[in-house]
Design a protein around this ligand. Structure first.
Ligand code: ATP
Ligand code: MG
Length: 390
C-alpha cells in the first residue's frame, strides 16, 4: 500500500494564460518544502497535483502537514495509490478505509474515471466499491444526498486512487507569483500577521528589523528571527536584515522635539527600509499598521510616514481590529512567541505625549534640522543578514 497526496489547485485555475507559470511556481514551492523529507515524484494532470513518495520510510504525516502550509492550494487529501484492477481496488478500499468506516454511519462512493480505457464506468465502480464496504462494515448505510463520509475512487493514468475526506489548504496564490517585498518586522503581534497575509498573496518576503542595542537585547532580536521562522513555514525561505538603530535613536532623542520623536523615527525606518528594499529588488514595503491603533497609526501620522517612501507601502491590517489580528496570529502559530515580553526599539525613549496629528511641514523641518543622512549611511553599511527557513 502506498499513500500519496492529491492536491487541488486554488485560485490558480482562474489565471488563464499565466496558469502554467503559476503551476510551475507552486510545484517548485512544494518541492522545496518537502525535499528534506525524502525523494518524491510530483506530477500534475487535470488541475490535480500528485505527490508520490519514492521510498517507504517517508513520514507522510509530516509531508501532509508541510503541504498544508503551502499557498496556492485550496484543498488536498491523502489517498491510497493502487494498481488499476477492480479486485485490488475493492480489497484495498476495504482495508485502507477501516478507521473512517468504523466511525461513520452513512457513506457515499463517488468515482471518476479519467482513464477512459478502464473497463468499468464510474457508476459501476461506485456500486462495486460501495457494495464491498457495506458488506464488510455492516452498520453502514448509503446516503447519496447527505452522506457523513464521501469515499472517492479516481482512475487516473498510473494508478487508481482511493480516499475519503479532504483537508482545507492554506489558500491564497503561490508565493513568488507576485514579486518580492520587504516586511518591517518587530517582535509584536501585528507584523508577523502582515507578513503572512502578503505572502499569501504571492509575495516573496525579506524581513527588515531595527534593533537598538543595548536598549534592546540580543534575545529580542532572536525572538524576531523565531517569528520569521514560523512565518517561513508558509512564506518559504527568506532573509532577515537587522539594522543597527541605536545611534539614530540617540540622536533623535537629543536633537528632535519630544512629541515628534515617534513620527520621525518611523519616517527614518521607512527611508532606510526603502534603501534596503531597492538594493534587494523588492518593489514594496509592508508594515503591520492598523488605523488608529496607536499614536503613530492615525491617518495624519501615516500621511507623514508615507511621504518618506516612494515605493508602495502595503498595510494589510489597516482595517482590522486587534481581536481579528490575534485570531490569525493564533491560527498561524506566532501568537505565543509574539507575547513574550521583550523590548522593541519603538518603546525606547517613547515620548509621554506623542503628537497624534503631526503636521508634515513641521515634521520635515525638525528632521532636516537634526540631519540624519550620515547616520543613515552608517547604518546601511552595518547591516546584519540572517537566513530564515533554510
Ligand atoms: P507590531 O505588533 O507589528 O509590533 P505594533 O502594533 O506594536 O505592531 P508599532 O510598534 O507602532 O505597532 O509598529 C508599527 C509597525 O512598524 C509594525 O507593525 C512593523 O511593521 C513596524 N515596526 C515596528 N517596530 C519595528 C522594528 N523594530 N523593526 C522593524 N519594523 C518595526
Ligand atoms: Mg510593535
Amino acid at each position: 500500500m502506498k499513500e500519496v497526496i492529491l492536491i487541488k489547485l486554488g485560485e490558480i485555475v482562474l489565471k488563464g494564460l499565466n496558469r502554467r507559470t503559476f503551476e510551475d511556481i507552486l510545484i517548485k514551492n512544494i518541492k522545496q518544502r518537502i525535499k528534506p523529507l525524502g525523494k518524491f515524484e510530483i506530477s500534475i494532470a487535470q488541475s490535480t497535483v500528485c505527490v508520490e513518495p519514492l521510498s517507504d520510510d517517508i513520514d507522510i504525516d509530516e509531508v501532509s502537514d508541510r503541504i498544508g502550509h503551502v499557498f496556492g492550494i485550496a484543498a488536498y487529501s491523502r489517498a491510497l495509490a493502487v494498481e488499476k484492477d477492480m479486485d485490488t481496488i475493492i480489497s484495498s478500499a476495504v482495508e485502507y478505509l477501516e478507521e473512517t468506516m468504523s466511525t461513520a454511519s452513512t457513506v457515499k462512493v463517488e468515482s471518476k474515471r479519467s482513464d477512459k480505457k478502464f473497463p468499468l464506468t464510474s457508476p459501476q465502480i461506485s456500486a462495486e466499491v460501495g457494495g464491498a464496504l457495506l458488506m464488510r462494515y455492516s452498520h453502514l448505510t448509503v446516503d447519496v444526498h447527505n452522506p457523513e463520509t464521501v469515499v472517492t475512487v479516481e482512475i487516473r493514468d498510473k494508478y487508481a486512487y482511493i480516499r475519503s475526506g479532504v483537508i482545507k489548504g492554506a489558500g491564497g496564490i503561490p508565493t513568488g507569483t507576485s514579486g518580492k517585498a520587504a516586511i518591517l518586522i518587530s517582535g509584536g503581534i501585528d507584523s508577523p500577521v502582515a507578513a503572512y497575509m502578503m505572502a499569501k498573496r504571492g509575495l516573496v518576503l525579506e524581513g527588515i528589523h531595527f534593533a537598538s542595542p543595548p536598549y534592546t537585547s540580543e534575545r529580542a532580536e532572536q525572538k524576531v528571527a523565531e517569528l520569521m521562522e514560523i512565518v517561513s513555514k508558509y512564506a518559504g525561505r527568506m532573509v532577515m536584515i537587522t539594522v543597527p538603530f541605536t545611534k539614530i535613536q540617540e540622536k533623535l532623542h537629543k536633537d528632535c522635539p519630544e512629541e515628534l520623536f515617534t513620527i520621525i523615527m518611523r519616517r527614518l525606518m521607512m527611508k532606510i527600509s526603502q534603501r534596503i528594499a531597492e538594493k534587494d529588488e523588492c518593489s514594496a514595503l509592508i508594515t503591520g499598521e492598523s488605523l488608529g491603533q496607536v499614536a503613530s497609526q492615525t491617518l495624519q501620522a501615516m500621511v507623514c510616514t508615507d511621504e518618506a517612501a516612494d515605493m508602495p507601502v502595503f498595510r494589510p491590517l489597516i482595517g482590522m481590529d486587534k481581536a481579528d489580528i490575534i485570531e490569525i496570529s493564533r491560527k498561524i502559530g506566532t501568537f505565543e512567541t509574539s507575547i513574550q515580553p521583550y523590548e522593541d526599539c519603538c518603546t525606547v525613549f517613547t515620548p509621554k505625549h506623542p503628537r497624534t496629528r503631526p503636521v508634515l511641514k513641521y515634521v520635515l523641518e525638525a528632521e532636516r534640522a537634526a540631519g540624519f543622512d550620515e547616520l543613515i549611511e552608517e547604518a546601511l553599511n552595518n547591516l546584519k543578514v540572517t537566513k530564515i527557513g533554510f
